[in-house]
Design a protein around this ligand. Structure first.
Ligand SMILES: Nc1nc2c(ncn2[C@@H]2O[C@H](COP(=O)(O)OP(=O)(O)OP(=O)(O)O)[C@@H](O)[C@H]2O)c(=O)[nH]1
Length: 345
């Protein structure tokens, strides 16, 4: 009997809306479904792949640019071929787009695949319940992305009250009255909702569009206009020398203008402190998660900062000022600021 084709589900959503959080939730609660993952990060360092590593059956990662434009159909085929082949043990492939991706182009890439073992499995759009009203006013493209969705996940409902949630839900409905809208916090949805379709009811490509519309003006959204990532840039920062916690917290609290998103891992130099810290900021929020260094893992700091109109040189100089100078020693109390923003993993 012919093997069922593997659905390829695209998860899109603006910077920090909760795509990786959703992915990790699905991977942890996979109910025996074997998940292959393609992860794309906008920055040069693929922080996302580090954040999902270890929980996934099979992963391909791509950094330094947005997959929707940096990749053509043959590149996408190559990635899909690595996950989906006759002896593949994978039941579903989830493509986590970068937070600046154009979902329409992602759909095209999957639809254009010549791999006979995969089938387009639909577009899931994550909406940050707290930021969506502001961000969609700034970036009307975000509303258009919702229009294409087969499933909308309205996330971060823990950060908004019921009235605000109803208002965001109504906005989402205005953009798309066809797709189910799930409201949740921390991406905690029933995992099978991502990939279990009614038999015989596979989603068409961005169902509100005809295929012709979808294929029309292929490059319209990848030029240097009308595209989210044309106005955003990523700055990477790495240091083998440890970071001073007080100075980093001060940097995060008084971020250089334009930065919307920061993510990465930090190595602090403080007596009695041997943990690895994940740091995340989305809009005004700062969050550290304490984790542990793997045996043999190099103690180092790696950050990606994403925003519009960032002065990269200035950002790097300010971060370089957070690096502990030779002979300098931080006192144990220096971690207090970090602890204030730390959640348990
Ligand atoms: N309070 C709250 N925080 C959340 C929720 N979902 C995700 N977060 C936090 O938001 C931050 C960003 O989440 P990610 O899952 O990394 O977001 P993302 O969409 O993958 O981010 P990019 O790939 O950079 O676009 C992290 O600190 C998460 O822990 C939620 O429902 N509520």
């Amino acid at each position: 009997m012919a093997k069922k084709r593997i659905p390829v589900v695209i998860v899109a959503g603006f910077l920090g809306s909760g795509k990786t959080t959703l992915l990790n939730h699905v991977l942890r609660n996979n109910r025996g479904v074997r998940v292959g993952v393609i992860v794309n990060d906008f920055g040069a360092v693929n922080i996302d792949s580090m954040m999902v590593a270890g929980q996934v059956d099979s992963m391909v990662s791509l950094s330094n640019g947005c997959m929707c434009c940096a990749v053509d159909v043959s590149d996408m085929d190559e990635m899909l071929d690595r996950l989906a082949h006759p002896s593949s043990q994978i039941d579903v492939i989830i493509v986590e787009a970068s937070g600046l991706a154009e979902p329409r182009n992602m759909i095209r890439l999957v639809l254009g695949s010549t791999n006979p073992h995969v089938v387009y499995g639909g577009l899931v759009v994550m909406v940050d319940g707290e930021q969506f009203e502001d961000m969609s006013a700034q970036h009307p493209d975000l509303g258009k992305h919702v229009t294409l969705a087969d499933l909308v996940i309205l996330n971060k409902t823990d950060r908004i009250d019921d009235a605000r949630r109803a208002a965001v839900q109504a906005m989402v409905r205005d953009y798309n009255d066809r797709a189910p809208v799930l409201t949740t916090a921390h991406g905690r949805i029933e995992p099978t909702l991502l990939f279990d379709r009614e038999p015989g009811r596979e989603p068409a490509a961005g169902e509100q569009l005809t295929l012709d519309q979808l294929l029309l003006d292929q490059h319209d959204h990848c030029g240097d206009h009308d595209h989210l990532h044309s106005s955003y840039e990523a700055v990477d920062f790495a240091s083998d020398d440890p970071i001073d916690p007080r100075r980093l917290v001060e940097f995060l609290e008084k971020r250089p203008v334009g930065i919307y998103r920061i993510k990465g891992f930090v190595h602090f130099a403080v007596p009695g402190q041997s943990r690895k810290f994940e740091v995340q900021t989305v809009g005004p929020h700062i969050r550290f998660t304490s984790t542990r260094w793997e045996p043999g893992e190099e103690r180092a700091t790696q950050l990606v900062l994403i925003g519009a109109d960032i002065e990269a040189g200035h950002v790097r100089t300010r971060l370089a000022d957070c690096v502990v100078a030779e002979g300098e020693e931080a006192d144990p109390g220096a971690m207090l600021g970090v602890h204030r923003y730390t959640v348990t993993a």
